[in-house]
Design a protein around this ligand. Structure first.
Ligand code: 13P
Length: 259
């Protein structure tokens, strides 16, 4: 039985002050969040500079885990603008989003770079949220499966099975990100089942049965329950609908109702 995981990806939104307000109103819902987080893992990924404020506002509450949206594959040194895994660990970060399509397309991250980051995260005891997904052109060109297989295979080169257990895969069709167009339940389930089959090919069926696969792309409270009711959809990576605490909470409640 896989515990669902809902993660907020704030992208380049919500500075430190706003992050504090968000967390206060989010965890300030008396009793509610505790009963929810026993059923769903809740993660929030603020921009780097908002992480300390979010952690402070959480005040040791374990209701929410904090993620980073990216990190370096290097430990330290002359890498201007980069942030290391150890720096994130020092801030009590537990997850790190790697290979988001915006990193791939806007910042040129390749499968090899993402692979190096995944290995560094695992070695640092950070849990990667490893993003994959096809463009509309690739899907319409009949390349869905080959694109996903390459991203998964190349992203996981040299990743041992013991580390795979710490990884969450996020399937985010690029055409559904920030567009309001959500993949149909059948399209999403089919892609998730395929992703799981690739993990089974690379490792084994047991490892594939255990790995959690999130859906990302215009997920919101009104469509979350039917997506999460699918057998291979184990959570969501949420952009727009995570930027306001009530809408994110409503989405999490919908996730609980689907379980
Ligand atoms: P939206 O939910 O805004 O479509 O963003 C999805 C996403 O990219 C999450 O990482």
């Amino acid at each position: 039985m896989r515990k669902p995981i809902i993660a907020a990806n704030w992208k380049m939104n919500i500075g430190p002050r706003e992050a504090e307000d968000f967390i206060n109103s989010f965890i300030g819902q008396p009793g509610k969040l505790d009963s929810i987080t026993s059923q769903v893992d809740v993660v929030i990924a603020p921009p780097f500079v908002s992480i300390p404020a979010a952690v402070a506002a959480l005040n040791s509450s374990s209701a929410v885990s904090i993620a980073a949206q990216n990190m370096s594959d290097q430990d330290s040194g002359a890498y201007t603008g980069e942030v290391s895994s150890m720096m994130l660990k020092e801030l009590y970060v537990r997850y790190v989003i790697l290979g988001h399509s915006e990193r791939r397309t806007l910042y040129g991250e390749t499968d090899a770079i993402i692979n190096a980051k995944i290995k560094k995260a695992c070695a640092s005891n950070l849990k990667p949220i490893f993003c994959i997904g096809e463009t509309l052109e690739e899907r319409e060109g009949g390349k869905l499966e080959s694109v996903l297989r390459t991203q998964i295979t190349d992203g996981l080169v040299g990743v041992e099975e013991k580390d795979l257990k710490e990884i969450v895969i996020a399937y985010e069709p690029v055409w559904a990100i920030g567009t309001g167009v959500v993949a149909s339940v059948d399209q999403a389930q089919e892609a998730h089942a395929f992703v799981r089959s690739v993990v089974a090919d690379l490792y084994n069926q047991e490892a594939a049965d255990k790995i959690r696969i999130q859906y990302g792309g215009s997920m919101k409270a009104s469509n979350a329950a039917e997506l999460l009711a699918q057998p291979d959809i184990d959570g969501g990576l949420v952009g727009g609908a995570s930027l306001e605490s009530q809408s994110f909470l409503d989405l999490i409640k919908a996730a609980v109702s689907a379980g």
